[in-house]
Structures are given as structure tokens and as C-alpha cells.
Ligand binder design. Structure first.
Ligand code: C2O
Length: 534
């Protein structure tokens, strides 16, 4: 294994999209940002230098960070932010992972423009468990606001209401022609007839789960969230914010141009966003005047398409890549996901929309939780997060009329190496909605999924404990539930939150604190000397 050095200069860059320009926060002046390339077992060192007026931190989404929580990145959870003019070296080793992940800013809404791919190749000499593609391409999905994104969120926080939706979705930074700006080009994917390509598709959008499809071509899914899956063919894939999906595509049509489309999946009844980002798959030798073969993306409420895709995902579970599903349960947890309305003195309407897990709206601390945990600083957090709803109700049926949530910086404590089963239960509070929940520090197995209320007697009988998909971000179905299992083998403080940034802002987040183990390799390492201070 080797050491990979990267330098991330966080700088402003004037950028034009949708026929208008604005300065955006970028890494090295690029949008999307640079790709990190590494191999499994490599040590990665990224020096982040903050040249902008905002506080910054970078998260390596999906990297397990075994014992190196200090390099995980979420501001005020594992580190204080990097202040203007300061720098910090993220130092971590990629252990037992290969595939596609993403990095992104983890403070405010900066990740709208501060994100990029992480490509982890297998160890030298180790092949993919599928035929080697002719070429690989990173495809990053995102979204674009014409106005300044920090202004958008600040206005929303002040009003207590939802922020404005974005003005476009993007594929590798470009929306493609839209009615408001027909002249802009889109991303172009050149292919040679007969060859097979691997697309490393990343959803870096703030608030949108996205369908992705290519006219006339099937996609063979081979990996999600940097874990191999049993390959299967599909027309359409679904990628939630924070998720990644590798697909193989064979350029078997010989010639022509084909539309690539990314469009939102939103099954909430109040969903408003219906924009499609487009790109072009272009066979070499095709003249540019050739018209593009079109495709119709699924409608935004195409729940059956989403369900079929999610149900098709299975861990590869081969001899070489076994699915190590925990078969016993140490901690048995159920977290409800709900929206609510709390009083707010500073808000225009005197109230604000909030969100909670088990009716707790997470309050961000002003110093890093990991530091408080490591240095035993009291008064920063409590470890009394409720493992189960305090007052169970019919989660997906008639709702209680009290929409208020409790507030607190409450963590849930896990014993080192204990096994966890967590049911994530969506509720009908205000509105049921699909929530992509992301857990830092671990991969988990999605062993079960259903609609309505989780039934603790019946549902576990149908759990897949053999080859469930392993990932770091999972869509909890609207008015339904998912069951995940993981082993708490990573000491530290680990954030868990909805990866729809608007919901995180509203408080749909919490953290686990995992104790040190007894063995020499079972403890959190001490903090690096350049760890930022608050
Ligand atoms: Cu990709 Cu806590 O985030």
C-alpha cells in the first residue's frame, strides 16, 4: 500500500450556469471538485486550506475511519471547523473498502458546490468480480441554485419554513439545455461501439433522490456505496443523496447519440420539484448534427420503479466478499422519523418546521462532540437518546395532534463491538416522506423493509440475514420502515442523519458514541496536533 497526498484549496470561483453567473465555494476552483484516487489499504492525506470567509470542514462520506474519527469531518461532531485562513490535514487509511464514494463539505449548505468523487481501486493485482470495463467514468449528480445557497438556507432558517428548491439538477456540473437557458451544453459521454464502460454514479445533490437512465441502454448494477452487489440489469437506477452506484453499460447500438437523464424521485404529496438534468452518450464517429434518441424519465412519484430497484439489491456474498451480517442483537432500537412545528421567537411566523428522531430535535453543540468524549468534557452532550419511542403511537395512521419535539444534544451509547439492530420508522407527522438516512463510521446491512408500522412479532421472520445489501445510506420508504444491522466495531462519535440537507437543518440527526474496547487496537487514536479549535 502507498501514501496518497492531496491538497484542497477552498476558494471562490465565479461560475456560470443557467445563463447567469455567481461566485461559488469550490475546491481548487473546480465544480464538481477533484477526484481522490486511492487503492484499498492506502493511507490518504488531504491538506485542506481554507481561503474563503466561511468555516469549512470536509467529510469523506462512506470511508469507515476505523479509529480515526478525527478525520471524519462533520463540523461540531468530530471536529471544530477549519476557520478562514486555517488548514487541517485529514489523515486516514482505507481499510477493507473498494469502490466509489464521495467527499463533501459538512457544514452549513456548502456541500452544494463543495463535493467530488472518491475512487478506491482494489488492491494491486486483485481484479473486479466482474469483467474489466474498457473505461471508467465518474458521473456526479447535483443541483444548482441561481442565488447564493447560503442565503437560501439563511432565509429559510429565519422564516421557519422550507427553503427554495434548486433551479436545476446537474450531471457532472451541467444541467443540459433547459427552457430558461437553451444555449448551455450538457455533459458529453463519448463511447466506442462494442465496448463496455463502468459509470461511477454519485448523488451529491442536497435535497433530491434521483432516478438515472440512458436512452436505449441497459445498466448492469455491480456495486453500491463501495460494496459489491450481485449484478442485475435495469433501465433505471435510483440514487439518494450520499449514495453511489456503479453500473456497467455496453455500447451495443453501434452509432448515434442517446439522452442521459437524471430526474427527481419524490413521493411526498407536497413535492414540487420536477426538473430533469440531461447529458449525452455519444458514439464515436457519430456526426454532431445527428438527433439525440430521447428517453422519458420515470415520473417523480414512481414509487414502484424505486421499490423494484431497491428490492433487486443484494450483497455479492461470495467466498471472497462474504456478507458478515450480525446474527445476534445486542441493542434493539427503533427510531421514528417525524417532522413537526415548534415555537420560534426569532421566526417570522412565530413557529418553525422541525424534524426529529424519536421526537428529539438534535441541537448542534458549539464544540466538537468527539473532543468532548475523548477529553471527558462534561456538559457538551448527554447519552440519554431514547432507543425506542417514549410514547409509541400509530406511526403511519392517525397522528397525535402535538407536533412539538424535544430538543437536546442527546447521544446513544453503544458498547464496543456490540451488535445493533435499528428500525428506522417513517411517520405521517405533517407528511410521510422518503428519507435517505446516512450513518457515519459504519456500513450496515439492510435486512428488512416494509410499508406501514414495523411489526416486531411478524416482520423479523422475513428478514434477509443471508445476502442483504450493505451500504452507508438507505432510503426509508414513505410511511414505511427499514431494518438495519451493524457491529459497533469503531470507537468514537458517529453522526447519523437524513442526507436531505433541508431535513438535517431541521434537526433530523443524532449521534452514537461507541466506547473503546479492551484490546490494543480497539481504541480511538489520539487527536492529530493540527485538529482545528472552536
Ligand atoms: Cu454525506 Cu454526514 O454526510
Amino acid at each position: 500500500c502507498s501514501i496518497r497526498h492531496y491538497k484542497f484549496n477552498v476558494v471562490l470561483r465565479n461560475t456560470t450556469r443557467l445563463c447567469s453567473s455567481k461566485p461559488i465555494v469550490t475546491v481548487n476552483g473546480r465544480f464538481p471538485g477533484p477526484t481522490i484516487y486511492a487503492r484499498e489499504d492506502d493511507n490518504v492525506l488531504v491538506k485542506v486550506v481554507n481561503h474563503v470567509k466561511y468555516n469549512v470542514s470536509i467529510h469523506w462520506h462512506g470511508i469507515r475511519q476505523l479509529r480515526t474519527g478525527w478525520a471524519d469531518g462533520p463540523a461540531y461532531i468530530t471536529q471544530c471547523p477549519i476557520q478562514p485562513g486555517q488548514s487541517y490535514v485529514y489523515n486516514f487509511t482505507i481499510t477493507g473498502q473498494r469502490g466509489t464514494l464521495l467527499w463533501h463539505a459538512h457544514i452549513l449548505w456548502l456541500r452544494a458546490t463543495v463535493h467530488g468523487a472518491i475512487v478506491i481501486l482494489p488492491k494491486l493485482g486483485v481484479p473486479y468480480p466482474f469483467p474489466k470495463p474498457h473505461k471508467e467514468e465518474v458521473v456526479i449528480l447535483g443541483e444548482w441554485w441561481k442565488s447564493d445557497v447560503e442565503t437560501v438556507i439563511n432565509q429559510a432558517v429565519k422564516s421557519g419554513l422550507a427553503p427554495n428548491i434548486s433551479d436545476a439538477h446537474t450531471i457532472n456540473g451541467h444541467p443540459g439545455p433547459v427552457s430558461s437557458c437553451l444555449s448551455q451544453g450538457g455533459f458529453n459521454l463519448p463511447v466506442e461501439p462494442g465496448k463496455t464502460y463502468m459509470l461511477r454514479i454519485i448523488n451529491a445533490a442536497l435535497n433530491e433522490e434521483l432516478f438515472f437512465k440512458i436512452a436505449g441502454h441497459k445498466l448492469t448494477v455491480v456495486e453500491v456505496d463501495a460494496t459489491y452487489v450481485k449484478p442485475f440489469k435495469t433501465d433505471t437506477i435510483l440514487v439518494a443523496p450520499g449514495q453511489t452506484t456503479n453500473v456497467l453499460i455496453t455500447a451495443d447500438l453501434g452509432t448515434g447519440k442517446y439522452l442521459v437523464a437524471a430526474s427527481p424521485f419524490m413521493d411526498a404529496p407536497i413535492a414540487v420539484d420536477n426538473m430533469t438534468a440531461t447529458a449525452t452518450l455519444h458514439y464515436s464517429g457519430t456526426v454532431s448534427t445527428t438527433s439525440t434518441t430521447l428517453t422519458t424519465p420515470p415520473p417523480k412519484n414512481a414509487t414502484p420503479v424505486a421499490t423494484k430497484f431497491m428490492d433487486s439489491l443484494r450483497s455479492l456474498n461470495s467466498k471472497k466478499y462474504p456478507a458478515k451480517v450480525p446474527l445476534t442483537i445486542g441493542h434493539s432500537l427503533l427510531f421514528t422519523i417525524s417532522l413537526g412545528v415548534n415555537p420560534c421567537r426569532t421566526c417570522v411566523n412565530g413557529s418553525r418546521v422541525v424534524a426529529g428522531l424519536n421526537n428529539v430535535t438534535f441541537v448542534m453543540p458549539t464544540t466538537a462532540l468527539l473532543q468532548a468524549h475523548f477529553s471527558k468534557i462534561s456538559g457538551v452532550f448527554t447519552d440519554d437518546f431514547p432507543g425506542n419511542p417514549l410514547m409509541p403511537y400509530n406511526y403511519t395512521g392517525t397522528q397525535p395532534t402535538n407536533f412539538q419535539t424535544m430538543k437536546g444534544t442527546r447521544l446513544y451509547r453503544l458498547a464496543y463491538n456490540s451488535t445493533v439492530q435499528l428500525i428506522l420508522q417513517d411517520t405521517g407527522m405533517i407528511t410521510p416522506e422518503n428519507h435517505p438516512i446516512h450513518l457515519h463510521g459504519f456500513n450496515f446491512f439492510a435486512v428488512g423493509r416494509g410499508l406501514g408500522n414495523f411489526n416486531p412479532k411478524k416482520d423479523p421472520k422475513n428478514f434477509n440475514l443471508v445476502d442483504p445489501v450493505e451500504r452507508n445510506t438507505i432510503g426509508v420508504p414513505s410511511a414505511g420502515w427499514v431494518a438495519i444491522r451493524f457491529r459497533a466495531d469503531n470507537p468514537g462519535v458517529w453522526f447519523m442523519h437524513c442526507h436531505l440537507e433541508v431535513h438535517t437543518t431541521w434537526g433530523l440527526k443524532m449521534a452514537f458514541v461507541v466506547d473503546n474496547g479492551k484490546g490494543p487496537n480497539e481504541s480511538l487514536l489520539p487527536p492529530p496536533s493540527d485538529l482545528p479549535k472552536c
